[in-house]
Design a binder for this molecule. Structure first.
Ligand code: NZQ
Ligand code: ZN
Length: 409
């Protein structure tokens, strides 16, 4: 296991009816900006529930609202929210939504103080774009942030990262800064019951691939991280199928919600090599073709597993055995090369799992063909994604081969 420091300050408030806790979690005299997406927070009554809790007896809070944060949150929209933060002296941002709203709000919290030289309250787009292209590493002050999660998927509710879209620049870029950890996140599983099935399945798949990015690399004898990751994968496999069969089963929803959070809160990624190639290629697919984030991952991952099966062989065999219970002695391996057969069987099981959830597993499933490959490679190069993966060895040619496999799969 490699050296690591693990730090995660986020208070998680889990369970039905916990939104009322906002009256104790948000400072009593805060000037609060509630941020939300395209309308689900309003439609489902969650926004009213949040406002009632903030305006509870005895609060001296001033509450403002900013709605319209898109799925795959847009830089230009977020800059308007940052201006609103400055115009109203906001000192607490409360994100109500999924990864897009939470990521977007984290970014607003980080860039709001990057104002123009002319002393106006307007946030400098150039400074904010420079901050984003340098992963927001250099930012040393941010507005406090809390979250009310409405879709289990990204883990953004308990991490310090995010992803911002800038369509005009054909970019979808990741960022990360310890100041972006939410002070708290409320996870009320009841809030997930209004999700369309598509989004429920997206969430299961996104969480599954988060675990794979931190697990399917090479062994470093990290027994806790491996066992934990394998458990999260098995839970997502069983609960993903269970929620498809019984969408109203709140116990299933609770386990999916907590698993998605634990999949990307830093724990299973501590002290181990990480890949993230699938995600970096996936971001370009979203940016170029507006494919849902999770669906870009299910298109890329199976082909990446086949293309990189040699460098990932040890962990692929461990994954086959511990997650899918496939090994040579239970007859799943072929005579001549049991290991290849075991690995291929594990990849096919992964593909079938995604297909059972109604998710694409190759280019054809997303109406793409190989003409889509060159623009993706061009964007990977433009965004510096030229040495990806746990060995930093996945260059543009490797990404091209992965994408070519996805056109043939
Ligand atoms: O916009 P509204 O009206 O809220 O509708 C949303 C949106 O259309 C809807 N929705 C959310 N909660 C709902 C609901 N509809 C009904 N009932 C509810 N309770 O669902 C749609 C998708 O929402 P979104 O927030 O976009 O989904 P998700 O949570 O999957 O977030 C995806 C974004 O997160 C980024 C992705 O790149 C993408 O931009 N990621 C963030 C990560 C992180 N911070 O660690 C890591 C991930 O790998 C990912 O990259
Ligand atoms: Zn993801």
């Amino acid at each position: 296991m490699n050296n690591f420091q693990y730090y995660n300050p986020v208070r998680i408030v889990f369970g039905e009816g916990q939104i009322k806790e906002l009256s104790n979690l948000v400072p009593k005299d805060a000037r609060v900006l509630i941020t939300y997406g395209g309308g689900s927070a309003k439609r489902t009554g969650t926004l009213d529930e949040v406002k009632d809790a903030l305006n509870a007896e005895g609060s001296k809070r001033e509450v403002f609202e900013f709605g319209g944060i898109e799925p795959n949150p847009e830089f230009t929209t977020l800059m308007k929210a940052a201006d609103m933060v400055n115009e109203n002296n906001i000192d607490f941002i409360l994100a109500v939504g999924g990864g897009s709203v939470i990521d977007g709000s984290k970014f607003v919290a980080l860039v709001s103080h990057l104002t123009e030289e002319d002393g106006s309250n307007k946030v400098s787009h150039d400074k904010a774009w420079d901050a984003l292209t340098s992963f927001t590493k250099g930012i040393d002050s941010a507005i406090d942030l809390g979250a009310v999660l409405t879709i289990p998927a990204t883990g953004s509710e308990m991490n310090s990262g995010g992803v911002i879209n800038y369509s005009e620049r054909q970019a979808k870029l990741p960022f990360g800064n310890p100041l972006a950890y939410p002070k708290f996140s409320i996870l009320d599983p009841l809030k997930t019951l209004t999700l369309p099935e598509r989004q429920v399945m997206n969430g299961v798949a996104d969480a599954f691939v988060h675990v794979m990015e931190q697990y399917l690399t090479y062994p470093v004898n990290a027994k806790v991280q491996d066992a934990f990751a394998e458990s999260l994968l098995k839970i997502l496999i069983t609960e993903g199928q269970a929620v498809k069969a019984n969408p109203d089963d709140l116990e299933v929803r609770k386990n999916i919600m907590w698993t998605a959070t634990m999949a990307l809160n830093g724990l299973i990624g501590s002290g181990v090599p990480q890949d993230w190639t699938t995600h970096m290629i996936g971001h370009e697919l979203t940016s170029l073709h507006s494919i849902d984030h999770a669906r870009t991952l299910t298109i890329v991952l199976p082909s990446l597993m086949r293309e990189l099966k040699d460098s990932k062989q040890d962990k692929l065999l461990q994954y086959a055995q511990n997650v899918w219970n496939i090994s040579a002695d239970n007859g799943q391996g072929s005579q001549n090369n049991p290991e290849d057969a075991i690995i291929e069987e594990a990849i096919v099981r992964t593909e079938n799992f995604f297909k059972d959830l109604g998710l694409p597993i190759n280019f054809a499933d997303a109406d793409l063909d190989e003409t889509a490959i060159d623009p993706i490679i061009k964007q990977l190069e433009a965004h510096g994604m030229t040495k990806l993966g746990e060995h930093k060895a996945n260059d543009l040619e490797a990404s091209r081969r992965i994408l070519q496999r996805a056109t043939q799969a």
